[in-house]
Design a binder for this molecule. Structure first.
Ligand code: BEZ
Ligand code: FE
Length: 279
């Protein structure tokens, strides 16, 4: 019998039946859930044809905004809270292990490896000089020696090096010493807007939202036998801690950058705790 003459009530079941033929089990599960929720969304919103087309145009513009330096779809995922949801699901919370947060689009693989104590800021970089120190340990308090510590931050102008033509700055890789310790210099992070000159920026305006993130320093910490930790340290007292455009703030990652050392630099100290790799 021909399967046709669908209506608003019968269509979803037929689409589900067809995607249910996907030979791969996970693909089947993902596609069935996508169809179920997408159809439910359309039923709830009841878009006009014009609104449906605006949605298509929004997604098209989002794609056109993407190149090797700009990933507007990740930005959309970040600003709609999806990136943090995926992070909660996959990294979760384990005892005293340091909490994770969103990666963001400005990480660059292969940043220069610098000796402990070096500065990630090229000479003459504007901003308040800041000395960062701490340790990398495991859940039992044992130092993790030789952990790679990737660090990156935006400049005092609110822009990351990859958003400007002047080459690598404010990013580097360090290795923890035999006692799990690390130290380096940077500039005290300042709040800045996520890129908002594209479709995601328009979406934020339409929702009455600002694009700001509270000041933060990005970290990726990796060591054999441990889960890779993707996180930030947020500046205590920043006015955007409660309205981060990408929902990444966690209390345990908020740190004071106010205390000054003998050299008059701001300081920040943090002890990272890695959790063992999932078996
Ligand atoms: C960032 O912190 O670099 C960032 C995170 C998500 C979206 C945009 C920027
Ligand atoms: Fe950032």
């Amino acid at each position: 019998m021909a399967i046709r003459n669908f209506n608003e009530k019968t269509l979803t079941a037929e689409v589900l039946k067809r995607v249910g033929k996907a030979p791969d089990k996970r693909t089947r599960q993902i596609m069935q859930s996508l169809v179920k929720h997408l159809h439910a969304f359309v039923r709830e919103v009841r878009p006009t044809q014009e609104e449906w087309f605006q949605g298509i145009q929004f997604l098209t513009a989002t794609g056109h905004m993407c190149d090797e330096k700009r990933q507007e779809f990740i930005l959309m995922s970040d600003t709609l809270g999806v990136s943090m949801l995926v992070d909660f699901i996959n990294y979760g919370k384990a005892g005293k292990a340091t909490e994770s947060t969103v990666l963001g689009p400005f990480f660059v693989e292969g940043a220069p490896e610098l000796p402990l104590g070096a500065s990630i800021a090229k000479p003459g970089t504007p901003g308040e000089p800041c000395a960062v120190s701490g340790t990398v340990k495991d859940l039992k308090g044992k130092p993790v020696a030789g952990a790679t510590i990737d660090v990156w931050e935006g400049g005092a102008d609110g822009l990351y090096d990859v958003q400007k033509p002047d080459g690598t700055n404010l990013r580097a890789r360090f290795r923890s010493d035999a006692a799990g310790r690390f130290r380096f210099n940077c500039i005290t992070p300042v709040s800045y807007p996520v890129p908002h000159d594209g479709p995601v920026g328009k979406m934020l305006v339409a929702c009455g939202r600002h694009p700001m993130r509270p000041g933060h320093l990005h970290f990726i910490i990796e060591a054999p036998g441990y889960e890779k930790l993707v996180t930030h340290l947020f500046v205590k007292g920043d006015k955007y801690l409660d309205s981060d455009a990408v929902f990444g703030v966690k209390d345990s990652l908020i740190v004071s950058f106010r205390k000054k050392n003998a050299a008059g630099e701001a300081t920040c100290a943090y002890d990272f705790v890695l959790k063992p790799k999932k078996k």
